[in-house]
Design a protein around this ligand. Structure first.
Ligand code: HXC
Length: 520
């Protein structure tokens, strides 16, 4: 090799080293001390070994204000590229907090936009790792423009490629709107923060005092706001969750989901389910027990586990067919539908539908939650989101009514009437306008007037029992063809699998339109 070539090779090798040094050992040390990996360490830990190929490693900014001309980091504070996770191609960007606190300037934003465009053109999921002080103050409006370019691409990618946001540090101001548009937000306990305005601004404007943890930490967003889809104990746990999630979702809306390998026999009887539903319809039970027994290997990836616990949503598979599950949870608020649970389920249904992931809906719902808090909060608007999402869904829909399906909530929870493909019920199902007690009080009010004490109780019991016989069962709905089948709980796994198999080539189209007008 000639000296000239040798020199050029050495130059490149040195540039690579410089780019990989991030913002220097002191800042890297600070990053480690705060329990965080650097941007490059994150990439390495997330993707399959030796699969990462980088883009734009030598990009620098062109800002000449505030002495920035003398302060350049190769890569401009963000690592972008392609890799594989579980052998599946992904694109990613990872903000480097050791370079200007990961703050986003024009060149930094252009790098993110380039990798997003690449992901979209090539139909592969995009993963963004955020750890940033937000808009790079020295670059002013160019930073704001950069964010807007990212937001615009988030919207363009929505429903075409899955978008995952991993929040691994601060994410403040308008910057939060990129993760907000993406499909799944992962937060790490004690090191992720998301807020539109931070504690200092809040104190000035509203005089409220709140810590950044209480305001925008993982707990706040997983339990109160619902912004976070997954809360992770640490960064490694977060990468593990991402790997898990990617096993259940296709790389784009162009590709059909592949089957997941399982050794769990599809004909396995769900004998445990014979005893899950209590005799007393007022008694709660844990819907998770039903889910875990009917899916493959008890492998369920729950989304938004700590938010609106009266509904359960998540990914799993039955006989290897990857599915989304939406299930009322009678163990929490009796499984009632309220504002938060409706919005949570609606967004999940829309994700599944966008990527053609079949949905299994398990129903035990006493209705919508009554009260001024719900009405003034807009349960009418928010409840309609779930109705809209299920009605619009063209992905295969199989519904099993395990117990209560009352009132409007019966219609909403993927009923036949809004074009679910298959509706099934257990013998314990009660499909009615409302529960027996409430119905008797309204319909037989006159019969009860004037009665007191034991006599009143006797009469009420008699009326409740005749109402239950007439309405609190699945047979009227079966007679009308609103149910396709009434099944024993122990048959659920096998029967649901067979119905999903029959729907493999489902084609259902909506009328041509620019877009619907979902109640936002
Ligand atoms: C330029 C920034 C920066 C920013 C941090 N840095 N934020 N540089 N623009 N926005 C730099 C710091 O100068 C410092 O540089 C390094 O990053 C690390 O910051 P520290 O403050 O030392 O770190 P820490 O104590 O951990 O605090 C992190 C922080 C804090 C909480 C993020 O830096 C901070 O509050 N930054 C400002 C956040 C902010 O208000 N951003 C604008 C939000 S509004 P050196 O050289 O010393 O290492 C927004 C609008 C988006 O983003 C609009 C989209 C439409």
């Amino acid at each position: 090799m000639s000296d000239v070539i040798e020199g050029k090779r050495e130059y490149l090798a040195n540039l690579r080293i410089e780019a990989e040094e991030c913002g220097g050992s002191e800042r890297v040390g600070k990053q480690h001390k705060s329990g965080k990996y650097t941007a490059r360490e994150r990439v390495k830990r997330l993707v399959d070994p030796n699969t990462f190929i980088e883009f734009d490693k030598f990009v620098t900014h062109r800002c000449n204000q505030f002495g920035m001309e003398n302060k350049k980091y190769l890569g401009d504070g963000v690592v972008t590229g392609l890799g594989e996770i579980n052998g599946q191609k992904i694109a990613l960007y990872s903000q480097d907090f050791t370079c200007w606190g990961g703050a986003l300037g024009n060149a930094h934003a252009n790098k993110i936009c380039k990798i997003m465009d690449y992901a979209l053109r090539n139909r592969i999921p995009i993963i963004g790792i955020s750890d940033s002080g937000g808009a790079r103050i020295q670059e002013g409006v160019e930073s704001l423009g950069g964010y807007a370019e990212i937001f615009y691409r988030n919207v363009k990618c929505s429903g075409v490629i899955p978008q995952l946001s991993l929040i691994m540090g601060p994410c403040a101001g308008g910057a939060v709107y990129s993760p907000a548009i993406t499909d799944f937000v992962f937060m790490v306990e004690k090191s992720s923060y998301m807020f539109v305005t931070g504690p200092e601004v809040i104190k000035t404007v509203t005089h409220e005092e709140v810590t950044k943890e209480d305001l925008g930490g993982a707990k706040a967003h997983s339990e109160i706001s619902g912004v976070s889809s997954f809360t992770c104990k640490d960064e490694d746990d977060c990468f593990e969750r991402v790997r898990e999630l990617l096993q259940f979702i296709p790389p784009s809306n162009f590709s059909k989901t592949t089957k997941k390998w399982t050794s769990d026999p599809v004909s396995r009887e769900n004998s445990k389910l014979k005893h899950v539903i209590p005799d007393n319809p007022k008694k709660p039970y844990d819907m998770r027990e039903i889910i875990l027994d009917i899916i493959d290997d008890g492998n369920f990836l729950e989304v938004q586990r700590d938010y609106a616990k009266n509904i359960i949503v998540g990914f799993s598979s039955i006989g290897g067919i990857k599915i989304g599950i939406v299930a009322n949870q009678p163990a929490h608020l009796a499984g009632v539908l309220d504002i938060d649970s409706s919005v949570k389920a609606a967004r999940f249904v829309r994700f599944c539908d966008a990527f053609d992931i079949p949905i299994l809906t398990l129903v035990d719902v006493p209705g919508f939650l009554p009260g001024t808090h719900q009405e003034f909060g807009g349960i009418i608007k928010h409840g309609s989101k779930l109705l809209y999402a299920f009605s619009e869904a063209t992905t295969p829909l199989v519904t099993v009514i395990t117990r209560k399906a009352y009132g409007g909530a019966y219609d909403v929870m993927a009923s036949k009437h809004i074009r679910a493909d298959v509706n099934l019920a257990y013998p314990s199902a009660e499909i009615a306008v409302m529960g027996a007690e409430g119905a008797v009080n309204i319909v037989f009010r006159k019969e009860l007037v004037g009665l007191e004490g034991e006599e009143l109780e006797e009469k009420r019991k008699e009326l409740v029992s005749s109402y239950e016989k007439e309405f609190a069962n699945p047979y009227k709905a079966a007679e009308l063809g609103y149910l396709d089948n009434i099944i024993f709980p122990e048959e659920t796994r096998e029967i649901v699998y067979k119905y999903f198999c029959s729907l493999e080539h489902k084609r259902h189209y909506l009328p041509k339109r620019k877009h619907g007008n979902i109640q936002l």
